[in-house]
Design a protein around this ligand. Structure first.
Ligand code: PGA
Length: 255
């Protein structure tokens, strides 16, 4: 069955409460809340829930409760009607030194608490240069998903680290090849053939038309551009591409 496309906004540590109110005024009438997931800085999550947006948390801890100052658990997130969690974002891996094993614990605890996981994986510039992209993707998938039995609540975000916030992206063909590879790995190791794989890394108003044509793409994860007005156009372009595909199911796409 054809999965419908997703648009995820990762606000990271941006905007103040004043900015959020202005942002909400701009986007709330324009955005189809069905297929858009907003991941604000955690303290602003209630603003988005109030306006019926689907909300994701940018990070969770790998225990459900305890003396972990500053952390938020999957159980706490779920109790706030948050449905999604970004896990393993490269900024968490790089700045907070999260390991594949910690990410795996987070993934498993999210699933246990009925939080859908947006698992971020991707290669560095050097790994790409050394043609190690597929090796890195496979290793991250295997280590991050160890012990997972049910994959229906997993979304994989292919995010080449060098493309994040750099205004650079792989070619559309390269994105397609990596997404295809991720789907193939999911089939090979877990017999899953309907995993949703989205792309993240410098998605913008300028490149979204082209990104939307990637045949294997199930959606996008937008960072920097998601806090700007251009996010509305990005979301509309991706969701429109989905509609067009559903209206022409048997027509093969050209690349
Ligand atoms: P970017 O961020 O769109 O600013 O490159 C994407 C991400 O970090 O998920």
């Amino acid at each position: 069955m054809k999965s419908s496309k997703l648009v995820v906004a990762n606000h990271k540590m941006n905007m103040t409460s004043i900015d959020i109110n202005q942002y909400l005024k701009k986007i709330k009438k324009e955005i189809n809340v069905e297929n858009v997931i907003i991941c604000p800085t955690s303290i602003y999550i209630p603003y988005f829930l109030k306006h019926n947006f689907k909300v994701g948390i940018q990070n969770v801890f790998y225990e459900n409760k305890g003396a972990y100052t500053g952390e938020i658990s999957p159980r706490q997130a779920k109790s706030m009607e948050i449905d999604y969690a970004i896990v393993g974002h490269s900024e968490r891996r790089n700045y907070f030194l999260e390991t594949n094993q910690e990410i795996n614990k987070k993934v498993r605890l999210c699933l246990k608490n009925n939080l859908k996981v947006i698992l971020c994986i991707g290669e560095t510039k050097e790994e790409k240069r050394n043609r190690k992209t597929e090796e890195v993707l496979e290793k991250e998938i295997i280590e991050n998903l160890e012990g997972v039995k049910n994959f229906k609540d997993i979304i994989i975000a292919y995010e080449p680290i060098w493309a994040i916030g750099s205004k650079k992206t792989p070619t559309m063909k390269e994105i397609d090849i990596s997404i295809r590879f991720i789907k193939q790995i999911m089939r090979k190791h877990y017999h899953v053939d309907n995993i949703q794989v989205i792309y993240g890394g410098s998605v913008s108003e300028e490149n979204v038309q082209e990104i939307a044509t990637i045949p294997t793409l199930d959606g996008v994860l937008v960072g920097g551009a998601s806090i700007k007005e251009e996010f509305i156009n990005i979301a509309k372009t991706i969701l429109k591409a989905d509609k067009n595909e559903q209206n022409s199911t048997n027509i093969p796409k050209t690349r």
